[in-house]
Design a protein around this ligand. Structure first.
Ligand SMILES: *Cc1c(COP(=O)(O)O)cnc(C)c1O
Length: 356
């Protein structure tokens, strides 16, 4: 990659001030990685350059027809100061699956991971210590200036980085979720399994309703029957029952979370009985009321594993067990975050060390 030097990087003092309490997604590092694609040249002009606004034509197709996909991953400063990524090949593969669904060009996995590694290296001073991490946001937009409706002939791939603390205000405190009965996130044949901005645009009004009802996040049911639990706006969901079994909705219209996949493997490692199976909202309410349902948690890269203590819906509220962070939730979170930071044997070969 071509390195364009930064004329005026953030001073160490200013960086320390910004990183004191970075929150999520507000503070950005000095650089970005970019790669261009055109139908004539394919991928070309890979760079690490100073982070700055793009110049795109007002007719750029992303602004009209929303050809946009993204990924979310983290670089961790772990044991022995090693800087690691967690299962980045899975992000590269999912990015390409999203690209195919949105009729965009795929990027070789090695180029996807290489761009991320280069950016982390050049902005290494922005990786927080302790519980924090450097959140990485690879994305791709269509940039051709053309208002006809067809796949663009020009794209821009970019990676930006953002030091992050805890995602939810209040850390591991259980969250409340609003179960939406009037909006859905994804339909069979739609883009639910692709990580595209359009899915989020479509979820925001439901998320706003969740907030209006005193909740942190929205839960979506399936579009066909409005009966089966799918996932949250940006996280997958797991249920833990009194017989020790664990259930999560099957793949299809949901986003295939890498945290979800990791939790499934860790739960199996623990000897828990694990099912990828449909679960109805009616059963959720009934099992929570009867006490059969012991724990519910949401999971994703940003928030990792967040206990769900209460559900709210039109006409009611239901607490899950005692409303607290449960033992299975806690154990799986600790195992996962430990692995991400180099604690515990990496039996699945998930850690990806970045050579500095
Ligand atoms: C990104 C995302 C997830 C979580 O995926 P991870 O790979 O675990 O971060 C879940 N649901 C939606 C809708 C997402 O966009």
């Amino acid at each position: 990659m071509n390195h364009v030097p930064h004329p005026d990087p953030t001073s160490a003092e200013e960086r320390a001030r910004l990183m004191q309490d970075p929150g999520f997604g507000r503070v950005f590092t000095d650089h970005m990685a970019t790669i261009k694609w055109t139908s004539e040249k394919g991928w070309h002009d890979a760079r690490i350059e100073p982070r700055k606004p793009f110049q795109i034509d007002p007719a750029a197709s992303v602004l009209h027809y929303a050809q946009e996909i993204f990924e979310g991953m983290k670089a961790y400063r772990g044991a022995g100061n090693a800087v690691t990524l967690f299962r980045p090949l899975e992000n590269a593969r999912r990015f390409n699956a999203s690209a195919e669904r949105l009729a965009m060009p795929t990027l070789p996995e090695a180029d996807f991971i290489g761009a991320i590694e280069e950016l982390v290296r050049v902005d290494r001073d922005w990786i927080p210590d302790g519980e924090g991490s450097l959140y990485l946001r690879p994305f791709m937009i269509s940039t051709e200036a053309f208002l006809g409706v067809r796949p663009s002939n020009e794209y821009l791939f970019c990676v930006i980085a953002s030091p992050a603390g805890a995602y939810f205000k209040g850390g591991a405190k259980p969250v409340k979720v609003w179960v939406s009965d009037d909006y859905t996130r994804a339909a069979p044949g739609g883009t639910g399994a692709a990580k595209c901005g359009g899915n989020y645009a479509a979820s925001l009004v439901a998320q706003a309703q969740a907030v209006k009802n005193g909740c942190d996040q929205v839960v979506f049911l399936d579009a066909a029957e409005h009966r089966w639990v799918e996932e949250l706006g940006g996280m997958n969901v797991f249920f833990v029952f009194d017989d020790g079994s664990v259930r999560t909705p099957p793949l299809g219209t949901i986003l295939p979370g890498i945290t979800r996949d990791s939790i499934l493997a860790l739960a199996r490692d623990e000897g828990l009985q694990v099912e990828e199976a449909n679960y109805s909202f009616d059963d959720w309410k009934a099992d929570a009321a009867s006490g059969r349902l012991k724990e519910v948690f949401a999971c994703g890269t940003a928030a990792v594993v967040a206990a769900i203590g209460e559900i709210r819906f039109t006409g009611g509220t239901q607490q899950i067990a005692d409303g607290q962070d449960g033992p299975v939730t806690r154990r799986l979170r600790e195992k996962l975050t430990g692995l991400q930071r180099g604690v515990g044997a990496d039996i699945h070969d998930w850690r990806h060390v970045i050579e500095m």
